[in-house]
Ligand binder design. Structure first.
Ligand SMILES: [Zn+2]
Ligand SMILES: [Zn+2]
Length: 446
């Protein structure tokens, strides 16, 4: 996109740009010694600087050398693109980090589509670059002048946020990072895609099941319409993304949503968060099994095999089983009171079906055993490090699971039954964990 060197042969750079492109530091240095003003030379067509070319090609030594010569890190090309934008576009993470370190401005807009470096990283799916830019946004003046949340949701010339672009371009990892950083799941574009498109519309257009999963888990609304009145389901149908359409069909079971109260637990313990996120993914995969049952769409085989379950089953004692569902191993501990439960039940306690825009107050989740407010969740500490590793790295096998006589789809997570019904309760506006027995989705079929 514009950083080609096709039209440099007419310039008198003496081969500088080519040396920069291939990372020939010696040659670049000798050329600059002979003619120091060459450092300000631009290519004829795109007005690219040497720094642009080095950044786009990941030539970290050249970037470092140029920045050392006090070249402006935010130098613009013809399209007002910065070297940082080109590095983010091409996924050159080292160059991204070095440019940011040198003070490159992350809040510059190009003149092509009014996009920032964050848009570029999201569009091209370079999640490491995306993460680096977001980290910078938390510690640089941008956070003070613009606010981090505003930066995460920065719009391009057609009203597209980085999340819109990542969803459209099938970049689930970028979608996840952006949502985790506060990107608005339901924002509409003004002109990008079909006007009024949400990230879910664009993911439906792109046909990425994983992007759709992420968006739904973060509360994206299946019923939100674009300017022509279409819900995401219709977009998926139109572009013949059948499996996506099945998940987006409003009559399919409601997805579980990453519980908003957890966002309010200050600095949620990272390990606990990993466990909870995994529980959410598992719960939604179970839901998908039911949705896809009887459709031509199948899912990848489950992450664990029955063999694994048998291998591990003897290691679990009754004492470690969650006292709420008696199905999963306790992996989460409430800080303070020390009560323990499994990740699935923790999620169920905090789970909201959808963020309610009319309610600004969200109830603080309480411990189901002692009713004290949950201010922090930790990974349960009762096991040795080795055993904990097993729990962290594989899904928890269940003792009772083996003896269950339920059908394959419904037996897997008793804990999820609570989750599923909770989801339903959520639509009725209740904040309580419902009785698993009233849930048709996860109800045993026999
Ligand atoms: Zn449990
Ligand atoms: Zn407690």
């Amino acid at each position: 996109m514009g950083q080609g060197l096709s039209c440099t042969r007419n310039s008198d750079d003496g081969g500088l740009f080519n040396a920069v492109k291939i990372g020939d530091l010696e040659c670049v240095e000798s050329l600059l010694r002979r003619n120091p003003s060459l450092i300000h030379q631009l290519t004829v067509c795109d007005k690219l600087s040497s720094l642009h070319i080095a950044a786009a090609n990941g030539q970290i030594q050249i970037v470092s050398m140029m920045l050392g010569k006090s070249i402006n890190p935010d130098i613009l090309n013809r399209n007002k693109q910065t070297p940082l934008m080109l590095a983010a576009m091409h996924g050159k993470i080292e160059c991204v980090e070095m440019l940011i370190l040198a003070g490159a401005n992350i809040l510059m807009f190009d003149s092509l589509s009014g996009r920032t470096c964050l848009h570029y990283a999201a569009y091209y799916g370079h999640s490491d670059c995306l993460q680096a830019i977001l980290s910078a946004a938390q510690s640089t003046p941008v956070a003070d002048s613009w606010g981090f949340a505003r930066f995460v949701n920065v719009r391009d010339g057609k009203g597209a946020t980085p999340l819109h672009l990542a969803a459209r371009q099938r970049r689930p990892e970028c979608v996840r990072i952006l949502l985790d950083s506060g990107s608005l799941a339901c924002a509409s574009t003004s002109g990008y895609g079909c006007p009024g498109s949400t990230p879910l519309h664009l993911a439906a257009r792109g046909g990425s099941l994983d992007c759709i999963r992420e968006l739904l888990a973060w509360g994206a609304d299946r019923l939100q319409r674009d300017s022509s009145g279409r819900i995401p389901y219709l977009v998926a149908v139109k572009y013949k993304h059948g499996a996506c359409a099945a998940l987006l069909n409003p009559s399919a079971a409601e997805p579980l949503v990453w519980p908003s109260p957890l966002k309010f637990i200050s600095e949620l313990n990272p390990d606990a968060k990993v466990l909870l996120e995994r529980a959410l993914v598992e719960a939604n995969k179970e839901r998908e099994k039911n949705i896809f049952k009887g459709t031509p769409y199948s899912l990848p085989s489950p992450s664990r095999s029955d063999a694994e379950i048998d291998d591990n089953i003897s290691e679990i004692s009754e004492a470690e089983l969650c006292c709420i569902c008696f199905d999963q191993v306790c992996t989460i501990e409430v800080q303070g009171c020390g009560h323990q439960m499994c990740a699935h039940c923790t999620l169920a306690l905090c789970c909201h079906n959808k963020p309610n825009p009319n309610t600004t107050f969200l109830p603080i989740p309480v411990c189901p055993f002692c009713r004290s407010n949950i201010s922090q969740l930790l990974v349960a500490k009762t096991k040795t490090g080795d055993e904990l590793d097993i729990d962290l790295n594989s899904s928890k096998p269940t003792k009772s699971r083996k003896s269950l006589t339920l059908s394959e789809e419904s037996s897997s997570f008793m804990g999820i039954s609570g989750l599923g019904s909770f989801t339903k309760m959520g639509t009725r506006g209740s904040g309580k964990v419902a009785d698993a027995s009233d849930d048709s989705v996860d109800k045993p079929i026999d």
